[in-house]
Design a protein around this ligand. Structure first.
Ligand SMILES: [Zn+2]
Length: 62
């Protein structure tokens, strides 16, 4: 049986999660990946999003 490990590619930095490690792999374009965020980019994106949202909220409240 051919087991295909689930791989997630970070849509921000392009790194691919392989066995709990995030690696930058150039030649994997043909492999099927689901897209998501690596922990670094996830945190960054969420922080930016939160800052943007709170900024909007403050603007709307004034
Ligand atoms: Zn990333």
């Amino acid at each position: 049986m051919n087991r295909e490990p689930m791989r997630i590619q970070c849509c921000v930095c392009g790194r691919i999660r392989i066995e709990d490690e995030w690696r930058l792999v150039a030649a994997e374009a043909e492999t099927r990946h689901s897209h998501g965020y690596c922990p670094d980019c996830y945190e960054k994106t969420m922080t930016e999003l939160a800052a943007r949202l709170s900024g909007k909220t403050l603007q709307m409240a004034s």
